[in-house]
Ligand binder design. Structure first.
Ligand code: UDP
Length: 325
């Protein structure tokens, strides 16, 4: 079976590429390497291609016998999406339309889409299930929601089968240390804390201490990237076994505050570092926690790794990334 992975040189795509190859699937990784890293493509065939290059995409689908697509390629910086919405709608929405057109032209009818809890916007209730109102508060979230709508419409009109996976806060690294998180610039909480623990950054900043949570800092649902990758395999099997499409939250159902994550990093790494209390970052909802029962019931998927394993694996990976071991 041949699976095409767009964005397979990125953090999540590279982990899924590893899992697919472990299971005997053949993979073709398509990435423009704008945010991806060729060093993370350790399995399968690599093709340097941008999803805006529709003609080349159509030719690729004509030339290879692809059984299904895993679609990760997207821009994903919330702040940047507010400043440059055109860039986000072009890459995330038009790029996906090109991909879908190429798939349909070759009769490929199965796609797993990398969606996000950002499509829900500010929580109306928590934990959030898949039926939670969808009012994204930034262009990034809106671009992902637009793709979810496109998939729904294409499914109805053209028989496309899809699974949209709405990720909560993905973190951690591969247990064998082969792939992991590598963003430039890095904006995410856990790698930023690890940079403070290593000493690459003078402190870690806490964005907001006056939220209506127990310790005043934001609560997020951190899910291990290896668990997340496994959910993609389950979703792929679902597509091969069923005639239907569906959407699933991927989270643990358990929230941790920014302060709790910082304390856990100090405990696990044995390092002390400066913590700077700062103002809120615009656009951050106070609490984002998944109700993830649906993925359990329908896909038979359940996360196995908690916050400690997230930090342990990320710590090993991150020190290597920073050239420390
Ligand atoms: N955060 C923080 N300091 C940082 C980075 C993030 O306090 O250096 C907070 C951020 O405000 C949010 C949480 O940590 O409440 C998770 O942020 P991240 O950017 O990792 O993921 P997001 O929830 O924005 O997808």
């Amino acid at each position: 079976m041949i699976i095409l992975i767009t964005g397979g040189a990125g953090y999540i795509g590279s982990q899924v590429n590893k899992e697919l190859n472990k299971l005997g699937y053949k993979t073709i990784v398509v990435d423009n390497l704008i945010n991806g890293h060729i060093e993370l493509v350790k399995w399968g065939t690599f093709i340097n291609l941008d999803l805006m290059e529709k003609k080349e995409l159509i030719e690729l689908f004509k030339a290879k016998k692809i059984d299904a697509v895993m679609h990760f390629a997207a821009f994903a910086y919330v702040g940047e999406s507010v400043l440059e919405p055109k860039k986000y709608y072009l890459n995330n929405v038009v790029g996906t339309l090109n991909l879908l057109e190429a798939m349909l032209s070759a009769g490929v009818d199965k796609i797993i889409f990398s969606s996000t809890c950002a499509i829900y916007g500010n929580p109306v209730y928590t934990p959030m299930d898949e039926d939670h109102p969808k009012e994204p508060i930034n262009p990034y979230g809106r671009s992902k929601l637009a793709v979810e709508h496109i998939l729904e419409d294409f499914s109805r009109a053209y028989g496309l089968k899809y699974v949209s996976l709405r990720y909560f806060n993905v973190a951690g690294a591969d247990f064998e240390g082969e792939v992991g998180e590598w963003h430039e610039p890095e904006t995410h909480l856990i790698p930023n804390i690890l940079d403070a623990a290593i000493g690459v950054k003078p402190y870690v900043e806490v964005f907001g201490t006056d939220y209506e949570t127990e310790d005043g800092t934001c609560i997020r649902d951190y899910i291990h990237v290896v668990d997340l990758a496994k959910a993609h395999i389950d979703a792929l099997e679902y597509l091969f076994e069923h005639e239907s499409s569906d959407v699933f939250n991927l989270g643990t159902g358990k929230g941790c505050s920014v302060m709790e994550v910082i304390e856990a990093v100090k405990r696990i790494t044995g390092k002390d570092f400066k913590v700077k209390l700062s103002d809120r970052r615009p656009g951050d909802p106070p609490i984002l926690v998944a109700k993830a029962e649906k993925a359990k019931q329908i896909l038979g998927w359940a996360p196995k790794h908690g916050l400690d394993e997230i930090i342990e694996t990320a710590w090993r990976w991150h020190r290597r990334l920073r050239g420390l071991c």
